[in-house]
Design a protein around this ligand. Sequence first.
Ligand code: GAP
Length: 523
Amino acid sequence: MHPVSNNIFILSIKSMAKMTLTIDEMATFCKRKGFVYPNSEIYGGLKGFFDYGPLGVEMKNNLKADWWKTHVTQRDDVVGIDGSIITHPTVWVASGHVGSFADLMITCKECKEKIRADHFLEDELKIAADGIKAPEVNELIKKNSLKCPNCKGDFQEVEDFNLMFQTNVGPKKDAKSIAYLRPETAQLMFTNFRLVQENMRLKLPFGIAQMGRAFRNEISPRAFLFRCREFEQMEIEYFIHPDEVDKCPWLKEVEDYKVRIYDACMQKDKTDSKKMSMKEALDKKIIKTPWHAYWLATELQWFEKLGANTDNFRIRQHIDTEKSHYALDTWDLEYNFPFGWKELQGMANRTDFDLSQHIKHSKTDLSLYDEETKKKIVPYVVCEPSQGVDRAFLVFMFDAYTTRKDEKGSEVVVLKLHPKLAPFKVAVFPLVNKLKEQAKELYDKLKIELPTLYDRSGSIGRRYARADETGVPFCVTYDFDTEDDKSVTIRERDTGEQVRVKIDKLAQTLNGLVNGKLKFSNL
Ligand code: GAP
């Protein structure tokens, strides 16, 4: 392999610029390039539902595959399950969702428009309304004379709206056949806890992971993929011995890792977030358990490993009024979206809430026998890293979106997705149409090795631009010299640099570049 001598195709990528798109512009880009479409658009669409297009499905699958590999298959202490979407309705009574999985809703007396109360107050009064209670909502509406944005009518008193999607199982539609689409994947890890522990002979501490669809009848779905009614989650319930809250064997791995932290006190005192190491946060008792510190850092490291910019992340502790009914302490991994800092991943300390509830409601013993104390214990979920796939997808898209000027001075999008996430890893081009058969033959061989595109229409510059826009990290050009030197040119998306590589080493080289075992600059 040697650097290409002829540099006619080297594009100037030096002027690459980071672009800040609005969420609507990102939705338009995703639709235009085949990443995500509004659902059933030909019928006017359905709010809160989206379809992933040909590029989006590949990228989403890559994201999920890497999450599973990192969190399950590469770990000794986590195993996976794949539970059903509809489950016995008592599961959701025991978990507390039937009783209290609700958002506050305000309804206009005139036009009957229904709006999520905390979002409405945030938009109208520019305040943080996370976890706000009903009396406060009524008071703020009255004090500020807030009216319906649709018809300027007055509001009724605020009420709870349960987010569970209800359905009926079987042919009879009565109270006995009511069931729910799961609002989180989590509960299946608790209902299957005993079987999984026995089958896999797991010893505490251990985790059970699951990824899959979740459904919430959000009052006001908004911000594209950020708040949908159907979405996917990747979750882990991490179980420990209740007496070992302070013993995390892997803390050392993350102790020096620095993260921007925004705890409950900083929020109360209205001070800025602070960047500090996990060790400092634990020493100062800002983060209370080493487990929480370990999982918070580990989760941020996953985003960093896949190319996200850590400057756009912080971890924020829930204030008392916003904690879920099951949580002792919750931290969110937040991302600085164009519409502000928002939750990307929730990490709650659920204690023994869920297992105890299922023991009570199912009358089944889900405890474990502690050999040391010779007593039964109900394990604690010390941390539940709960990640939305669609929000992670958005983060990688925002952090990857850059632009450059082409040789004519026009702006070209360069989607700098990590090669592991990129829908297609390689694009093969014949330099001119005359070489199309040879190039197609090369493409046919390469696509067996890794996801590859073939493109022969338009100028070579136009083909590079098309590949850049959809995040293809490497382009391979079959040119006039290929017949003689049995080599092709590989061009790297992020630098525009090119090298010539022997065809018989091509698949191996490209695989090495994609999985990070080879560096382009070292070729
Ligand atoms: N089992 C805990 C749980 O479900 P959550 O904070 O309600 O906790 C976890 O949800 C994650 O699921 C969120 O951090 C977010 O990434 C994703 N998520 C929740 N609601 C969502 C929605 N309506 N649309 C898209 N993603 C959502």
